[in-house]
Design a protein around this ligand. Sequence first.
Ligand code: PLP
Length: 381
Amino acid sequence: MRFSTRAIHTGLQAAEGARPVAEAIFQTSVFEWGAIDEPPEFQYTRYSNPNRASLEATIASLEGGAHCTCFASGMAAIAAACSILRPGDHLLVGSDVYGGTLLYAHTHLAALGIEVSEFDSRDPEAFANAARPNSRLAIFESPTNPVLRLADIASLAKEAKRLGIVSVADNTFATPFGQSPLALGADLVMHSTTKYLGGHSDVTGGALATNDPDLAAKMLAFAKAAGGIPGPFDCWLVQRGIKTLELRMKRHASNARVLAQTLSAHPKVRAVYYPGLPSHPQHEIAQRQMRCFGGMLAFDLDGTPDQAKRLFAGSPLFRVGASLGGVETLVSYPPAMSHAALTEDERLAKGITPTLLRVSVGLEDPDDLIEETLAALARLG
Ligand SMILES: Cc1ncc(COP(=O)(O)O)c(C=O)c1O
């Protein structure tokens, strides 16, 4: 079956005495045993639950993985992936990954005696040079936040394999409809399901999929023991979101493309970052590894930081918020939001100028998005 068919029909759990077309919600923490010496498939919701099993089967199918474990948040999934590290091991993190991932690595993992260093995920050679004999795990994203830099996933995964390092690709921005890191050689693919998979800004969750049975067993064991698992209703919400993932991603991407083109042609815009634009420095990699260029873009205003901060002030359409991947367009100002903890020099090294805005382009009518953008730019004078 093809992508959208699997997104809709995978994982549906039977409910005794009824055959619901929509998934039933198993809002229970515990399941009854038929007999003491016959443990049922589902025993206790922290171990598993039909809604979680259903969601895991669906995400595994869409990512081309044999296994998936779901978590209470994207960060809980990152923590599970990092649970294979032991004191004295070395973790490599892409320098452009989500700020929460960097914070977790540099504070909590470093405090456990794990060495942490960053590498430029655009450059597989830089990755190989940063590797040490004790390197055990590498985490990277593609596209990255906020300036949509790409990693050549196949090359990075190949280097990681050669060096005996487990590779984790955070596929939150691209989604499984946009690209398939496992097929490109990554060992684990990770999601903040809070974003596009949930798709409606109403749930928090995470997931890790893999084809490696040993890694899968470790992720499940960590979920069971540490307990950072999603509840049945949260799983149900993500599962419902996934049913429209393909349709939504196609519209997110076509809206993002026309908005990126409009911004590129505007004299008040210095630069536009969108992997689907031929002007993107890594457009060739995007064409090679992405089926869909996604709904995230960023642009650098040719103006003052204050003008950037106020560009969409009061707009009912371009609302400001620190997330992404929902049906509604959402703008963020990285210097004061996702990257506020960095120094100005550190931000500039990542391409984050004081006039940069990031847009999670929603599913609204593209003409409204363009009219509102042009009106906001015209107000700058
Ligand atoms: C790329 C990426 N990875 C991971 C996370 C963490 O996910 P969560 O907020 O669901 O814990 C985020 C959150 O913004 C993200 O953007």
